[in-house]
Design a protein around this ligand. Structure first.
Ligand code: PLP
Length: 390
């Protein structure tokens, strides 16, 4: 026991050697050092604070240019982006949608907004995201193809889509996911809420599915206060995303004509102003975040208590949240480590609870998720703000 406590103190000492110690360190604080003030002031001065304006248009264009997609549509938050993505993917009531068991709640909730059923999938140690090899074996066992669609033989429901989520910015192996999706007639929706600035085999995440969702919440790599985006390389999907998120109103000078049940999911101009300024700074943010991750990697090399999680070979990650994995024999000490770090001004958190441990998702279909469970027991996030990489 004493030995184990010493091993935890060693983690604290190692962190204190590379982090400032005089004040509390949040997990991820936003940084506004560029044109944020200027652009937001311009909105206030001109009165263009709400749901249309030049910053919305510019943010969408800049975001598409940066990520390399054909079209980006700015929306209210990442959760509404996911909702719209699933609608565009053709997810219908009573469908099942494959989502990781280990994700933020929004991924599963968005499936239920479509009156569909989340079907939980295991993670892999290489990416912390969905395990495409294990998913293939599982689908061989439970799925069948009828009339060009995939059905769950056990529940009889159609499985219409799969949602890989790039955990803490580390890209999922999208070639494998796409091969699998083709074999089983699944639509791919990427949850890129955590992965702006993350590249898979040289291409920005969000280019690999039919549609993708991003988040610009306050704790993400760049923020618009609250905000999100739908990304797509399909022109029709892009147009439909804009239409659906603007109450499905047919543009007209004075008439109120709506041709579908739409949503008010638009991003206000004042938030987009913040986003334009943040996007200008993104390359610098990423360099600093990667420098911080490199510092952590070095100091934890050969550590006997924890492993620092490193991006997969095929990826260049934004290292949104840095993560330590306790050695398996120390898994039972996780909460003591969390208490020790948080009591020492170093904010740290466990990863999310597995979705099927939550009351509303306990009866959903799922595969055996031993890796997600193991990661869930051993992972601890540590401070990851841009400023710490300076
Ligand atoms: C942040 C996040 C979301 C939701 O984004 P909001 O902007 O908070 O609605 C969705 N999925 C994942 C994985 C996230 O981390």
């Amino acid at each position: 026991m004493m030995d184990e406590v010493n091993k935890l103190s060693n983690v604290l000492d190692t962190l204190q050697a590379v982090l400032p110690t005089e004040h509390f360190l949040p997990l991820h604080e936003p940084l506004f050092r560029g044109n944020e003030n200027k652009y937001v002031k311009e909105c206030i001065d001109t009165g263009w604070v709400s749901s249309v304006g030049k910053f919305v248009d510019r943010f969408e264009e800049d975001l598409a240019a940066y990520t390399g997609v054909k079209r980006a549509v700015a929306v209210a938050n990442g959760t509404s982006a996911l909702h719209i993505c699933l609608i565009l993917a053709g997810v219908k009531p009573e469908d099942e949608v494959l989502v990781p068991a280990l994700t933020f709640i929004a991924t599963a909730n968005a499936v239920v907004y479509c009156q569909a059923v989340p079907h939980f999938v295991d993670s892999c140690y290489e990416t912390l995201g969905l395990d495409p090899d294990k998913l293939r074996d599982y689908l061989r066992e439970i799925a069948e193809i009828k009339n060009g669609a995939c059905y769950n033989r056990k529940t009889g429901r159609r499985i219409s889509a799969v949602v890989p989520m790039h955990t803490f910015g580390h890209p999922v192996d999208m070639d494998k996911v796409n091969a699998l999706a083709e074999e089983y007639h699944l639509v791919v929706v990427e949850d890129c809420a955590e992965s702006i600035g993350s590249f898979y085999k040289g291409k920005h995440t969000g280019n690999f599915g039919l549609v993708s969702a991003m988040s610009f919440n306050g704790n993400k790599t760049i923020t618009t206060g609250g905000g999100g985006a739908v990304l797509t390389n399909d022109d029709d999907m892009g147009k439909l995303a804009k239409h659906l998120t603007t109450q499905a109103k047919i543009p007209h000078k004075w008439e109120f004509r709506h041709d579908m049940v739409g949503y008010n999911y638009r991003m206000p101009n004042i938030n987009a102003a913040l986003g334009c300024a943040q996007l200008e700074e993104l390359p610098e943010f990423l360099a600093k975040k990667r420098a911080l991750a490199e510092k952590y990697r070095k100091v934890f090399e050969g550590n006997e208590s924890v492993d620092f999680f490193i991006e997969p070979d095929f990826a260049k990650s934004n290292y949104w949240f840095n993560a330590l994995l306790l050695k398996p024999e120390l898994a039972h000490m996780r909460d003591r480590l969390l208490a020790l770090l948080n009591d020492s001004n170093i904010m740290s958190r466990p990863i999310w609870n597995l979705m099927y441990t939550l009351e509303m998702y306990k009866d959903c279909p799922r595969m055996e998720c031993s890796t997600a469970e193991d990661v869930g027991r051993r992972l601890v996030n540590i401070p990851s703000s841009v400023v710490l990489g300076e």
